[in-house]
Design a binder for this molecule. Sequence first.
Ligand SMILES: [Zn+2]
Length: 134
Amino acid sequence: MTSLTGTSIAEIKCEKCKSVFETQVIEHIDLSEDREIIKALKIGKANRVQCPKCKKVMYLDRSIVVNFEPENRIVVYDPKATTEEAKATFQTDYESIIAFNEILQEIGAETEFSVFSNLDDLKTLLEEYEKAHS
Ligand SMILES: [Zn+2]
């Protein structure tokens, strides 16, 4: 299966000195490839960035797609997706992505897809994953 781990470049404004800088942010995590990230995910600090100017450390409130490989589970964690509507948007996006490709459609049919805004929900799953695959 193709790795879903990925990053992108985002423009961030420093909370402290207000300077704008570009940084790499995590968008996808494949747990089977990156066990180290579990710790950071569990405390909601996977996307840690540092301002190059004033060295202020910040944790970004961005959505992260977590692939629980080898389990057929994909979770979008977004602390801002607190409404049913926001969650439904992710679900629709996911369905439109997998609709493009036959292989993804097959994977999609077997995959449990969920959207979490509550860190505790994600934490529970991460702990189960760690127990099952340690
Ligand atoms: Zn700064």
